[in-house]
Every structure is written in structure tokens, then in C-alpha cells.
Write a protein that binds this ligand. Structure first.
Ligand code: AN0
Ligand code: CP
Length: 316
């Protein structure tokens, strides 16, 4: 594996899962693989889990890790080519990226959708600039349209807890006060379809995701119907994708909040969310605190997904 940006990059999922469970069982077995190698983690956006779990993964492999918050202490970066740089941005990303590449062996990048241009977001302009100009393997730590380290950790978690070979997994939209990217639901859909689960997406009208990511999933507009018989409920907010609504909030309807009454419609489903989560907007206190809640094991598996990915890059 050279770069890691989407499900295709990991290849056969059964092979990847087997490797992930070995990493989970014996995390320090490859602690010299990354000797004298440096992992650079570049954050254009905030993070708790990704920042800590990806560093931990690199350290488990014997690497050094350097973390840079671009918006705190680094020069503000111009990202568009051809701009006369007489404004507030002293450095261009076209110099900054190759410079960063000089200081490391693997680069992780977090850069969310900006919601300024659907086209620029869905072309993954920032992530692709890192791939083109850094000269180093690039790991997406959530880009504009995907969050593959999260989805890989979600898949590992479902494999650990599922009670049937092909569980019914339901991705449900839930309300949030701010406009959030589609990266997590897009990526989750991409990985669930690749895993071949019975996969359902439910959301209010207007919140349709890019059909490329929806793929073979069933779309059910009635959340209660979608919950019936579910083995896993995966909640997430996202802003609108379709048409002129791109990046807009169309609803904050708390009738879509995941609560105990709706969980009772499921097949005693587990509750999942990538975190950070807004309690009593996305999910009620009692559901997230219930024994069926997997939010902490899911976050713990972020080290496993990151370590499996970085290990493969180092072995390449
Ligand atoms: C981000 C998002 O929705 O993409 C990160 C999730 C991992 N969430 C927020 O900004 C709250
Ligand atoms: N789930 C996740 O990626 O969390 P952070 O935004 O805190 O990294």
C-alpha cells in the first residue's frame, strides 16, 4: 500500500481484518519496523481521537511522531494556484507540502470539507496536493469526502460484536446545530457495502448522500421502519449534499435523535458513533450510557486501524 485514502487502498477486507486482529492481539510485535522513521501528522482541523490514536499507532511500530496544527503556529497557507499573495497568507501550500515531505517518511493529513465549493471538496483538492507534492506515502486522517481510518475501526468493531455472519447495519442521520461534512457517512457506507452487510441508510428527505457512496444500500426515509430488526445503529449528522443545498442545514428535528424508545424497535442493536457526539441532539444520555453502546471500544479500535495501515505502508 502506498497511500491510504479509501476502502480500495486496503484491498481484500478479510485479509485486512485478519491482520488488524493480529495487530490488536500483539501490538508490539513490529516495534522495530519503524525504527528511525518519522510519522508527520498535519491537522487543518481539530481532533482528539485521530491525533492520539494515530500517534500511538506510529509509536507502537517504533516510529517517531511529529504533530503540526497548521492553524496554530504555522504560517497561514494559500491553497489556490495563481493567486496574487498580497493578503493575510504568507505561504503557499505548494511550497509547504514538499517542505513537510522533507521532514518525514509518512504523512497523515486531516482536512475537512470547506463547503465553499462542492466540486473542490469532492475532488479532494488538499489531500491530492499532498499525494502529488509531498513525495511521501499519505494517510487520510479525514479528508473532504472520506474518513477511512474511522470506517476501518468501525468495521473491526462490528466484526468483534456481530452475532450473525451478515448483520443488519443501519446508518441514521441525527440532528446537530452545526453543518458537518459527509466524510464519515460516505466512508462508512463505502466500507459497509464492501463488507457485504445488510446495509440501510435512513435520513430526512433532502439529506441524500452522493449515490457513488450509497451504492447498493437500501435508503429508508422512515427512521422507525429502518430501525426494525437492526443489529447495529450507527448515528451521524451530516449537512446536505444534493443540489443547491450542498453544505446547508435543512433540519434540526430532534424527532430524529436516537433514544431508548427507537432502540427498542431493533434486534437489541448495538449503538455506534465515531465521536465527538452531542448528547441529547444525536443520542440520549441513556442510550450512549447503555451496555449496548460501543462508542468507547470503537474509539479504542482507532489505534488498531491506524497501526494496520501504517504497518502496511512501512512494509511496502
Ligand atoms: C467531524 C465530522 O463530522 O466530520 C469529525 C468527526 C470525526 N465532527 C465534528 O466536526 C463535530
Ligand atoms: N472520530 C474521530 O475522528 O474523532 P476526532 O475528530 O476527535 O479525531
Amino acid at each position: 500500500m502506498k497511500h491510504f485514502t479509501c476502502v480500495q487502498d486496503i484491498g481484500d477486507l478479510n485479509v485486512a481484518l485478519k491482520e488488524a486482529f493480529e495487530v490488536k492481539k500483539t501490538p508490539f510485535r513490529w516495534d522495530t519496523l519503524g525504527k528511525n522513521k518519522t510519522m508527520l501528522l498535519i491537522f487543518f482541523d481539530s481532533s482528539l481521537r485521530t491525533r492520539l490514536s494515530t500517534q500511538k499507532a506510529a509509536l507502537n511500530l517504533g516510529m517517531n511522531a511529529i504533530v503540526l496544527d497548521v492553524n496554530q503556529g504555522a504560517w497561514k497557507l494559500e491553497t489556490e494556484r495563481g493567486v496574487i499573495m498580497d493578503g493575510d497568507k504568507p505561504e503557499h501550500i505548494l511550497e509547504a507540502i514538499p517542505v513537510m515531505g522533507c521532514y518525514c517518511d509518512v504523512i497523515g493529513v486531516r482536512s475537512f470539507a470547506r463547503f465553499e465549493s462542492k466540486d473542490a471538496d469532492y475532488r479532494e483538492v488538499i489531500l491530492n496536493q499532498f499525494i502529488q507534492h509531498s513525495g511521501k506515502p499519505v494517510v487520510s486522517m479525514e479528508a473532504a469526502t472520506r474518513h477511512p481510518l474511522q470506517s476501518f475501526a468501525d468495521l473491526i468493531t462490528i466484526e468483534e460484536y456481530k452475532k450473525t455472519a451478515r448483520p443488519r447495519v443501519v446508518l441514521t442521520w441525527a440532528p446537530h446545530p452545526r453543518a458537518l461534512p459527509q466524510a464519515v457517512p460516505n466512508s462508512f457506507a463505502e466500507w459497509m457495502n464492501a463488507a457485504g452487510y445488510d446495509f440501510v441508510i435512513t435520513h430526512p428527505a433532502g439529506y441524500e448522500l452522493d449515490p457513488t457512496f450509497v451504492g447498493s444500500a437500501t435508503v429508508e426515509y422512515d427512521q422507525r421502519k429502518a430501525f426494525a430488526g437492526a443489529d447495529f445503529i450507527y448515528a451521524k449528522n451530516w449537512a446536505a449534499y444534493a443540489g443547491d443545498g450542498y453544505g446547508k442545514i435543512l433540519s434540526k428535528d430532534r424527532a430524529w435523535t436516537v433514544d431508548a424508545e427507537k432502540m427498542a424497535l431493533t434486534n437489541n442493536a448495538y449503538f455506534m458513533h465515531c465521536l465527538p457526539v452531542r448528547r441529547n441532539m444525536i443520542v440520549t444520555d441513556d442510550v450512549i450510557e447503555s451496555p449496548q453502546s460501543l462508542v468507547i471500544p470503537e474509539a479504542a479500535n482507532r489505534v488498531v486501524s491506524a497501526q494496520t495501515v501504517i504497518k502496511r505502508i512501512l512494509e511496502n
